[in-house]
Design a protein around this ligand. Structure first.
Ligand SMILES: Nc1ncnc2c1ncn2[C@@H]1O[C@H](COP(=O)(O)OP(=O)(O)OP(=O)(O)O)[C@@H](O)[C@H]1O
Length: 258
């Protein structure tokens, strides 16, 4: 009997894109931001989305997260096709199933760290499991900063609060948009280690857009976009392999030949 070796993670599909296209503008201003992107994101999988500037990374993530509407194709969270939802239902799905981490942290300045962390769950009318929250706060290393307001925290601490906020309600999927873009390398490494541990130890599915090969090397796989298409998928990315791939893609950018 042949033993089959299956390289695909066996977790359930948590989010999926099928032939997503996105066209902005018309006539001379027409831009094809996504030209048919399909991908699966499995339970507990940590995916980095990479690609040259303008390749469609943000558009892809926004369509997957229900923050933007594709021109055609479908984006699903679990079994829910986002295109079938009106605005109110879409907001509900985002609140209940999706966590977000942004480059600029996006914490509310008048709220304490703890209030920021629990706000999305409160808005969604969800209870946060206290044991889970304590575990999360200890893991994120912010248990002694909970009464501080964002201005009283370092950038790294603010992003760890934002990570705890995204993970608190155990969403189906967390989208992180350049989460280390505003951090020094040490704080960035801490945040990446936390995301790594959230996926590996807590089974959290994470999709992270990044320009940074060091950040991508923390993921289980990297998807590379160019001109609105996925042109390469790299399992277990390393910094040097990602760097090579990026050089290759940059060399094929139209501007590089000018
Ligand atoms: N609202 C919009 N209106 C018109 N064109 C847009 C809009 N948003 C994005 N685009 C265009 O779509 C293409 C993809 O943009 P997108 O922001 O998804 O790329 P990206 O890979 O995230 O870029 P970056 O790394 O620079 O953030 C670009 O050519 C961009 O100019």
């Amino acid at each position: 009997m042949n033993q089959r070796i299956d390289p695909v993670p066996s977790g359930a599909v948590v989010a999926a894109a099928d032939d997503l296209t996105k066209v902005y503008g018309e006539g001379e201003a027409r831009v094809i931001a996504l030209a048919g992107v399909s991908a699966r994101f499995r339970q507990g999988e940590f995916t980095a989305i990479m690609g040259p500037s303008g390749s469609g990374k943000s558009t892809f993530m926004h369509c997957l997260a229900g923050l933007d509407t594709p021109t055609s194709g479908s984006a699903r969270i679990g079994e829910i096709d986002l295109a079938q939802l009106d605005d109110a239902r879409l907001t509900k799905v985002r609140r209940e199933r999706i966590g977000f981490i942004f480059q600029a942290f996006n914490l509310l300045p008048t709220l304490t760290a703890l209030e920021n962390i629990t706000l999305p769950a409160a808005l969604a009318g969800q209870n946060i499991d206290r044991k889970w929250l304590d575990h999360l706060l200890a893991t994120m290393g912010i248990a002694d900063r909970l009464d501080h307001r964002p201005a009283q925290l370092s950038g790294g601490q603010q992003q760890r609060v934002a990570c705890a906020r995204a993970l608190a309600s155990r969403p189906a999927i967390v989208f992180a948009d350049e989460p280390t873009g505003n951090l020094d390398s040490r704080s960035g490494a801490e945040v990446l280690a936390l995301l790594r541990s959230a996926s590996r130890d807590m089974g959290q599915t994470i999709v992270m857009v990044t320009h940074d090969p060091v950040a991508a090397a923390h993921a289980d796989r990297a998807l590379f976009l160019a001109d609105g298409r996925i042109v390469h998928e790299m399992p277990r990315p390393t910094t040097s392999a990602v760097l090579e791939q990026m050089k290759h893609l940059d060399a094929h950018q139209p501007s590089a030949s000018l």
